[in-house]
Design a protein around this ligand. Structure first.
Ligand code: ACO
Length: 448
């Protein structure tokens, strides 16, 4: 099968958001801690009307409508999420309502869960299916959705919420380079959700940062090795036009790209010039943890790679900085940002993606881009995504209101027998919302 990959895409994020600058003041954090220290501008969140089921229903319906896809043409539907609602019951089963109404219950796939990696697992499953002998000629559909919320404390400003939908099939404008994949998986307790009565994770923030960077190093090495084996030439940052990272907060993305640059230096890549080489030389012999904790190395490599960061990373950071960590959807919201910012100039370009989910699972892979043909063209995808329009029509909440919502949601988590607010004025037309949960914990949604 030729050029299997992403044919079409859509994104949804809640209109409710809180400015990081006002959250800094409210939390009594030092000025710039969230905006510069974490590199975040704004954070979206679900009010009592929304959750991962409603966001998935919204984004799935929207993609099918906007690209005129008959629901009968979907043969596999995979959901990546780490937001737990009915535990044993997949979010995928909820989405079946859309397809059953059109007479299609013949759809493979269920949910994939491992922190922020589930979306990538779902994507790999769909791509593999289309490339396999069990493919029946229909489309695959991947939904990545999460509501990322943290208990009070330093992790709280790294929340966010969204759902991304991706249609998978052959002759795609965003083609998967299946041969080049580097994976690293390992057992660590950096972030997990052992408290089933709470939506909040247990997180060892510092450990998760180091695990992320170690996983990045290993995946980059394995990706490079595969690339060299098939292409017969070494890989360096100059072989790709964009690098897109899972983005818990932007500062980690800045550090990640600098880390790839340092890896290129260690590989004697000609990308690193003589001056830069001299500046990085003192760090050559740092081993293991030392190299992840060294502030001077971090600073030097970030400064030296700044120009390349602006050229190859900046365009992917728009939605993650504005919406926050969307867990499984974060990497694909970053990809959507590239399509939004650069759709007119991506033909022939390569995009390298790094997916990380705590616990841990990580993969580096890449796409080759082609302009494509309507409706599956990069320009049409950018117009359906309507990123600027969606960001502009958001509703800003004051921190007090955000905290109030978090408290209500804590109370509602795992609860039964409640109805939600009748005020849906903040939702745009076509948005699904939760109306009530009955005495058997069954949930009910309507479409605005
Ligand atoms: N102005 C500018 N920068 C500042 C300021 C200020 N006033 N105050 C602090 N900073 C900087 C710090 O120097 C630091 O930057 P650095 O890393 O470049 O040194 C940064 O702000 C963060 O501050 P810290 O005190 O180091 O960390 P904090 O206690 O705020 O916690 C953390 C940050 C660990 C990221 C926390 O938010 C967290 O646990 N988040 C969830 C875990 C996470 O996202 N992990 C990433 C991978 S796993 C996943 O995706 C869930």
């Amino acid at each position: 099968r030729k050029d299997v990959g992403i044919l079409a895409m859509d994104i949804y994020f809640p209109s409710a958001c809180v400015q990081q600058e006002s959250l800094e003041v409210f939390d009594g954090a030092s000025k710039g801690k969230y905006t510069i220290g974490l590199g975040q501008d704004c954070m979206a969140f679900c009010t009592e009307l929304e959750d991962v089921i409603s966001m998935s229903l919204t984004v799935t319906t929207s993609l099918l409508e906007k690209y005129h896809i008959d629901p009968k043409q979907i043969g596999r539907l995979e959901v990546g999420s780490e937001t737990v609602i009915d535990k044993s019951k997949s979010i995928k089963t909820w989405l079946m309502k859309i397809f059953e109404e059109c007479g299609n219950s013949d759809i493979e796939g269920v949910d994939s869960t491992n922190a922020c990696y589930g979306g990538t697992a779902a994507l790999l499953n769909c791509v593999n299916w289309v490339e396999s002998s069990s493919w029946d000629g229909r489309y695959g559909l991947v939904i990545c959705t999460d509501s990322a919320v943290y208990a009070e404390g330093p992790a709280r400003p790294t929340g966010g919420a969204a759902a991304v939908a991706m249609l998978i099939g052959p002759h795609a404008p965003i083609t998967f380079e299946s041969k080049y994949r580097g994976t690293h998986m390992s057992h660590v307790y950096d972030f997990y959700k052992p408290i089933l009565a709470s939506e909040y994770p247990v997180v060892d923030g510092k450990l998760s940062q180091t695990c992320y960077l170690m996983a990045l190093d290993l995946c980059y090495k394995r990706y490079r090795d595969k690339y060299e084996k098939f292409e017969g030439k070494p890989f360096s940052l100059s072989e790709a036009d964009s690098f897109v990272f899972h983005s818990p907060y932007n500062k980690l993305v800045q550090k990640s790209f600098a880390r790839l640059y340092f890896n290129d230096f260690l590989q004697n890549s000609s990308l690193v010039d003589k001056d830069a080489r001299a500046k990085l030389e003192p760090f050559t012999n740092l081993i293991g943890d030392e190299s992840y904790q060294n502030r001077d190395l971090e600073k030097a490599s970030q400064q030296l790679s700044k120009k390349l960061y602006d050229a190859k990373v900046q365009s992917s950071t728009l939605i993650p900085k504005q919406v926050g960590n969307m867990y499984t959807a974060s990497l694909y919201a970053a990809l959507a940002s590239v399509l939004h910012n650069k759709h007119g100039s991506l033909d022939g370009e390569r995009i390298v993606m790094f997916s990380y989910g705590s616990g841990l699972a990580s993969t580096m892979f890449s796409f080759k881009l082609h302009d494509g043909q309507h409706p599956f063209s990069l320009s049409n995808i950018a117009s359906v995504l309507n990123v600027a329009g969606k960001l502009e029509s958001r509703h800003e909440f004051l921190p007090e209101k955000f905290i109030e919502t978090m408290q209500l949601m804590e109370h509602r988590y795992g609860a039964k027998d409640f109805v939600t607010s009748k005020d849906t004025s903040l939702l745009s037309p076509g948005t699904f919302y939760l109306t009530h949960v009955d005495s058997m914990y069954r949930r009910y949604y309507l479409k605005k």
